[in-house]
Design a protein around this ligand. Structure first.
Ligand SMILES: *Cc1c(COP(=O)(O)O)cnc(C)c1O
Length: 389
């Protein structure tokens, strides 16, 4: 069955007693045992819970994995995955990385003796050079955020297998609707489901999907032992959001392609980072390994003085963190989302004081362009007035 149908039907045929088309929220934490030595399959909700399980099974199936695990946030999912590693282990990690993941590795995992090297994960020579006897895994974000660097998933997975490394892919920006890393050889997929999967800027959640029996069993153990699991209400909200994922992703993509192109031609804009534009260096790999493009892009202004007035003048587009929701949000990565990444690394990848990130919502593209146009015009006027006085 096509993915659109599977998404729309999440949980709709999972309740045999009443036939409820929307799977119920099972708020129970404890489940009655029929008798000693017997279980309904549910004992205590941290280990397994009915509403969460329907979500987890759907996630595993959508990402072509063997098991799914729903966590309280994307960071909780990453922490649970990192618990696979032990003191002395080393990881290879995408250079242009989500700030929270960098912080978790550098401020917390490092205290437990797990170290990381940051590298352009599309550069196999660089990966080979940094790979040490204690290296255990490669963690890839593709596209990266905010600079939209693309990694050839299949190529890196093939290389990682020759070295006996696990490959972990953060698939938050494309979702299984556009990209399925496990089909390309990845062992683990992680999502901040807070973003596109939830899709409405109203629920925090994380998902882990694993391939292989042993890894799935290990992850089930860690998920239950650490306990950063998703509650029943939030599991339901996430499923409800996922039902419309196909429609939303198509509109996010359509809007982003149009608006990125419009900004690319604007006189105040120096560069637009969006794999959906033909001039992007990752365009070909992205077109090969994904069936579509994300709704996020970044753009660099020619003059840093534009940033403050643009963020003050946008009206329909909100100046806010996060991404992937139906509402358009714009943020300033060097100050907001990526402040935890040292300036040296930020400069190396290009997260500078002229870069803005735009998470394009599902509003009408004409209205979004009109909002950007008036904010850019107002910024230009203010800068001109400043120069005269
Ligand atoms: C937001 C995000 C995370 C963290 O997820 P939370 O749900 O905010 O904890 C991890 N990776 C990426 C790519 C993200 O965008």
């Amino acid at each position: 069955m096509k993915i659109e149908s599977r998404l729309a039907q999440i949980g709709s045929q999972s309740e045999p007693v009443t036939g409820a088309v929307s799977f119920p929220i099972y708020q129970a934490t404890a489940f009655r045992h029929p008798q000693l030595g017997q279980s309904t399959g549910f004992d205590y909700a941290r280990s397994k819970s009915p509403t969460r399980k329907v979500l987890e099974d759907a996630a595993a199936e959508l990402e072509a994995g063997d098991a799914g695990f729903a966590c309280s946030t994307g960071m909780a999912a990453l922490q649970t995955i990192f618990a696979l590693f032990s003191q002395g282990d080393h990881l290879l990690v995408s250079l242009d990385l989500y700030g929270g993941t960098y912080r978790l590795l550098e401020r917390i995992m490092s205290r437990f003796g797990v170290t990381a090297s940051y590298v352009d994960t599309n550069d196999i020579d660089a990966l080979s050079q940094l790979c040490k006897p204690n290296t255990k895994a490669v963690l890839i974000e593709t596209p990266t955020n905010p600079l939209m660097m693309i990694t050839d998933i299949e190529r890196v997975c093939a290389w990682a297998k020759t070295r006996g490394l696990l490959t972990i892919v953060d698939n938050t920006l494309l979702t299984p609707f556009f990209q399925r890393p496990i089909e390309q050889g990845a062992d683990i997929v992680i999502h901040s489901a807070t973003k596109y999967l939830g899709g409405h800027n109203d629920v925090l959640a994380g998902l882990i999907i694993t391939k292989g029996e042993e890894l799935s069993e290990q992850m089930a153990f860690l998920h239950n032992s650490i306990g950063a699991v998703l509650g029943a209400q939030d599991s339901w909200l996430l499923m409800r959001g996922m039902k419309t994922l196909a429609l939303r992703m198509e509109r996010h993509q359509e809007n982003a392609v149009r608006i990125a192109g419009w900004l690319y031609d604007h006189e105040a804009v120096e560069e637009v980072y969006y794999p959906g534009l033909a001039h992007h260096p990752g365009h070909d790999i992205q077109s090969r390994q994904s069936s579509g493009n994300t709704g996020i892009f970044s753009f660099r202004l020619k003059d840093a003085r534009y940033v403050e007035p643009i963020l003050r003048h946008i009206r329909l587009i909100a100046f806010a963190e996060s991404l992937g929701g139906v509402e358009s949000l714009m943020t300033y990565p060097s100050v907001q989302t990526h402040a935890d990444i040292p300036e040296e690394i930020r400069r190396r990848v290009g997260v500078d004081d002229r870069l803005l990130r735009f998470s394009v919502g599902i509003e009408h593209a004409d209205d979004l362009i009109a909002d950007l146009a008036q904010a850019l015009e107002a910024a230009k006027r203010e800068i001109g007035e400043e120069q005269q006085s």
